[in-house]
Design a protein around this ligand. Structure first.
Ligand SMILES: NC(=O)c1ccc[n+]([C@@H]2O[C@H](COP(=O)([O-])OP(=O)(O)OC[C@H]3O[C@@H](n4cnc5c(N)ncnc54)[C@H](OP(=O)(O)O)[C@@H]3O)[C@@H](O)[C@H]2O)c1
Length: 230
């Protein structure tokens, strides 16, 4: 459990899949967790099954202005967000020439631009308070080292998210850390029933990065708590 200084974490897409396992895990460690979901009813339902200090908040990543307004209202009630987990994501199948423009731009919006918006809205407060942990849920399918083998819109948006991690880390003080991670192949709506890992196993590295000590790493890409190549 944490000491008296309870920290607050915001997890996007916390209503199901890996996000919900991250919310559970952080709440178990004593964090106040803001469970972000675009459908507040779904968020409330998920939160009602969880133990600890879990507060559902409405967060729809599809539209920049809507998202900004929602973050402003969250900050009115919770002015100090110490941890941001950019978990929400979408997977559109198809090659770059097959998919529609909408699929491509939607993937970019949810997987990459919205994390950028959230980082811009929440990181200045972390820098000011001299504490912050940002975790970006990426994927091996967005890794150049592994050949960018994912469906094109997904691969490009996750590679861009990784680039955001690295470039952001270069301008942050040591007290605010940002890392990318790949959860592996996880049994969720996205991963499918044939996947090899449970949501809890997929969430473990994200929780570790969200709770790094002061001397922990920043600007890396991790799987199973081990550094992997971009
Ligand atoms: N599962 C895997 O094998 C795997 C592998 C590598 C990386 N990842 C990454 O891990 C993360 C979580 O994946 P998952 O498997 O848990 O996915 P999932 O089961 O499909 O859940 C996705 C979550 O993202 C939310 N979301 C989607 N679009 C949104 C939007 N526009 N605004 C707000 N929330 C939105 C969903 O909300 P709704 O319920 O409202 O749709 C849901 O909560 C993703 O970033 C994914 O790319 C997963």
């Amino acid at each position: 459990m944490m000491d008296q200084q309870q920290k607050t974490a915001l997890v996007t897409g916390g209503n199901r899949g890996i996000g919900s396992a991250i919310v559970r895990g952080l709440a178990k460690l004593g964090y106040r967790v803001l469970l972000g979901s675009r459908n507040l009813t779904a968020g409330k339902e998920a939160a009602s099954t969880m133990v600890g200090d879990v507060i559902p908040v409405e967060l729809d990543l599809s539209d920049r202005e809507v998202l900004k307004n929602q973050v402003q209202s969250i900050l009115e009630n919770h002015p100090a967000i110490d941890v941001l987990v950019n978990n929400a994501g979408i997977l559109e199948y198809g090659s770059l020439l097959e998919i529609s423009e909408e699929q491509f731009y939607r993937s970019a919006r949810v997987n990459f631009e919205a994390p950028f918006d959230l980082i811009r809205l929440l990181t200045p407060g972390m820098v000011q308070r001299k504490y912050g942990r940002i975790v970006n849920l990426s994927s091996g399918w967005g890794s150049f080292d592994e050949g960018l083998t994912g469906p094109s819109a997904y691969a490009v948006s996750k590679a861009a998210l990784n680039a955001l991690t690295l470039t952001l880390s270069q301008s942050l003080p040591q007290s605010v850390k940002v890392n990318s991670m790949c959860p592996g192949w996880v049994k969720t709506d996205m991963g499918g029933a044939g996947a090899t890992r449970s949501p809890e196993e997929g969430a473990a590295t994200a929780i570790w990065l969200a709770t790094l000590p002061d001397n922990g790493p920043s600007g890396g890409f991790y799987r199973d708590k081990r550094l992997i190549r971009w």
